[in-house]
Design a protein around this ligand. Structure first.
Ligand SMILES: [Cu+2]
Length: 156
């Protein structure tokens, strides 16, 4: 019966490799039950883990975010609702939790006032549920990175 175990092992290896395998409980839009896609609305907000900042999406093109290149206009305010200065670094990390991969991180460019940033060409390389991880590094020495996460589903 040794051949049987070898066959089972080979099948398991096939089933657990690759990005778009069928082993995980993935539904038609690529999301899993543990992920809930948010409905995009203009101005949607998310607080960071520490609660020190709130990130809002002022505009998205396309809207809602979809497969391919996405341009976002973001705004970051502090706990008092005051816009952060342009020394605060904001990076958008697209992340696909169902497959454990991202694409390319985008460093958002501050417009110089009002805590507004442009994050252009955020690339969703396949359909499914994508986290938009908003990574914030405050403008001070020894500052810890903070993050706020939105989850949208790319229809493709
Ligand atoms: Cu993927």
């Amino acid at each position: 019966m040794r051949w049987l175990w070898a066959l089972v092992a080979a099948l398991l290896l096939v089933a657990t490799s690759g990005c778009d395998d069928a082993a995980a409980p993935v539904d038609n839009d690529g999301s899993t039950e543990s992920e809930s896609c948010q409905d995009y609305v203009q101005g949607i907000e998310q607080a960071t883990d520490s609660g020190s900042y709130t990130v809002s999406i002022l505009d998205a093109n396309p809207a809602p975010p979809d497969r391919g290149m996405n341009d976002l206009v973001l705004r970051v305010v502090d706990v008092d609702g005051a816009p952060v200065d342009s020394g605060v670094v904001l990076v958008v990390e697209p992340w696909m939790p169902a497959h454990g991969h991202g694409s390319t991180n985008v460093t958002a460019v501050p417009r110089g006032a009002d805590g507004v940033y442009d994050a252009n060409q955020v690339n969703l390389i396949m359909p499914g549920a994508w986290e938009f991880r908003m990574l914030i590094t405050p403008d001070m020495v020894d500052a810890k990175e903070d993050s706020a996460v939105f989850t949208f589903c790319a229809e493709g």
